[in-house]
Design a protein around this ligand. Structure first.
Ligand code: PMV
Length: 330
């Protein structure tokens, strides 16, 4: 039961970023963000967004602060549109103050929209008086950013593509404790990308390669699920590089093309493949940007990081192990 204190209409959520092993690229329904294929990811422990949402009758309009700075324009509009959906679900009439902080640097090659919309879903729904199940929260987060639905459950997570708002959500296929993997993110550029994923998804179907990527997606999902459940790093390594290459083949052949790789990106890809031939368990995967995520067993991550820092184009390396689900703090 609510009291009449304003603080009752406030909540704070925390969620991890995630890195996809089987990528989401292209939407069947762009407005609802129903994806063209299912995807599988790992949450990144310690790389988090913390978001406080406070609904109030005293504010003139929704307000957003990002990493301590007041935000307007497209970022505020996107959050406000999302809050509108929460207001429709909950019957809440008030506008809100949203304060969001990432503990990882912006432009560091880690998509902040996933952790941001997962944390916002949790905080906004709770502040508006809703008590949503994990699946409901994941569906809500999906409306803000597709990959955000995968940052709601913990550990290794699958987003079932589904066909409607109702059946398109993510769930955990194994908890974080299941397999001690790490992601070493090789930062080769900190520039803001010109084309974000929202516009990129919309052009996926212009690539003649997208149908081939989609036709085989179910099989890759099944192989990935199995590699995770059996902790089979050799199979996982081959599969995540294949899936990342398939997504980038589509990106490069879209109209207009999206070529996110920089020379140092390709340097790192070659290096990782040669380390693996020499017996180091490591595999690369790349999102909508030039930085490279190197997945490895956690015990190999010091070696991977040390090797990466010797490649001239690598500016720095961030490291994360497998993270848990989104949670509320008071
Ligand atoms: O959630 P979005 O719209 O930012 O799309 C994410 C797309 C990729 O990061 C490239 C792949 C993925 O599955 O995370």
């Amino acid at each position: 039961m609510r009291g009449n204190l304003l603080s009752d209409y406030s909540a704070t959520g925390v969620a991890c970023a995630n890195i996809a092993f089987i990528k989401y690229w292209g939407n069947r329904d762009p407005l609802l963000r129903i994806p063209s294929n299912g995807s599988i990811s790992m949450n990144l422990q310690g790389l988090t967004t913390q978001t406080q949402v406070s609904f109030s009758p005293e504010l003139p309009a929704d307000q957003l602060s990002l990493n301590g700075k007041s935000a307007a324009g497209a970022a505020l509009q996107r959050v406000s549109k999302f809050l509108e959906h929460v207001r429709q679900l909950s019957g809440m009439q008030w506008v809100a103050q949203v304060e969001s902080e990432n503990n990882f640097p912006t432009g560091a090659g880690i998509a902040s929209s996933a952790s941001a919309f997962a944390a916002l879903s949790l905080a906004a729904s709770r502040a508006a008086g809703l008590d949503l199940s994990e699946a409901q929260l994941s569906r809500l987060a999906r409306r803000g950013s597709g990959s955000a639905c995968r940052s709601v459950p913990g550990g290794f997570v699958e987003w079932q593509a589904g066909e409607s708002d109702q059946d398109s959500y993510a769930y955990s296929i194994a908890p974080a404790s299941h397999w001690n993997l790490a992601d070493c993110v090789a930062i080769v550029s900190q520039e803001h990308k010109e084309t974000g994923s929202f516009h990129g998804h919309a052009l996926a179907d212009t690539s003649p390669l997208q149908p081939a990527r989609l036709a085989d997606a179910e099989q890759r999902l099944a192989q990935c699920r199995q590699a995770i459940l059996q902790r089979d790093f050799g199979s996982l390594a081959q599969l995540i590089e294949l899936d990342s290459n398939l997504m980038h083949a589509v990106m490069i052949t879209q109209t207009p093309p999206l070529l996110y790789w920089q020379p140092a990106t390709v340097e790192v890809m070659h290096a990782v493949q040669s380390w693996r031939k020499q017996g180091l368990a490591a595999a690369y995967t790349i999102d909508a940007g030039p930085n490279v995520h190197i997945i490895c067993p956690a015990e190999e991550s010091a070696k991977v990081k040390q090797n990466l820092l010797q490649i001239p184009g690598v500016q720095k390396v961030l490291r994360a192990e497998v993270g848990g689900p989104a949670y509320l703090i008071r």
